[in-house]
Design a protein around this ligand. Sequence first.
Ligand SMILES: [Zn+2]
Length: 283
Amino acid sequence: MHTAMVIIPHSDDAVLFCGGTLAKFASEGWQIILVHVTDDTRDSVGLTAEEAKRRNAGELQESSRALGVAEIVELGFPTDSLADVPLGQLRERIVYHLRKHQPYAVFSFDPDQLGEDNMDHVRTAQAVTEAFWVAAFDLHYPEHFSEGLSPFSVCERWYFGRELARPNHIEEVTDFIPKKIEAFLYHQTQIANILHQLILQARTWGRRINIIEDAANGDPRGLVSMFLTEQAEELGNAWNLGEEKLGEVFRLERFGHLEPLFQLHSEPIPGAESSVRREGLDK
Ligand SMILES: [Zn+2]
């Protein structure tokens, strides 16, 4: 069984950016581990920080169960403050969990994405990118080895983001968008906060956006369903997936420019779990 690890700062990031793909992988028998970097203690409206943290953690559990996530690792860094945490401290925790769970694929924010203003996303992307190669060094964090861990290298990195600079892979997830919508709707506390931000901004603009107000005061199901379906539809169309096919887009990295050389000169390791063929990378 292959393992995929998704490393995200906030409870709603995984479902929003790659929920369809995670649900698809889980349905194919992959073990999905979710590393939640922050405590989401401020991601709410009208709650105390303690209550926000409690609700977001609970909603992440429900949402993860819907997607088929096997395990959640809570790192507990304060939310919206990762820019104040030394990068090495965050990187060490990620290296530790890469070595411990040995994922075939890791999913996280792209360090090269455009226009990202959320520093938790930026810092997580930077820490994951560096942890990828540092985890393989036997002189980095040798204290991990006394627990029985070993140097380790992930095979595939699946980077996502609001606007990817170099997307190279679309995952067809048509059958899994309903799961993604169901999972996202568990995040009531995050949804209330997102809607509240938009209402405040529109108020300053001097207007009200009825679909946002209605969702905030009632049931956000229709709005969430419309937004997530249209987003996946637009990507499917842009990438020519085919009639009414839905997708999620990534920068998928394996060996970079060495890929063709390694394909030519590699052979299966006897007894090893089979490698996964990826369209666009495998020739
Ligand atoms: Zn986020």
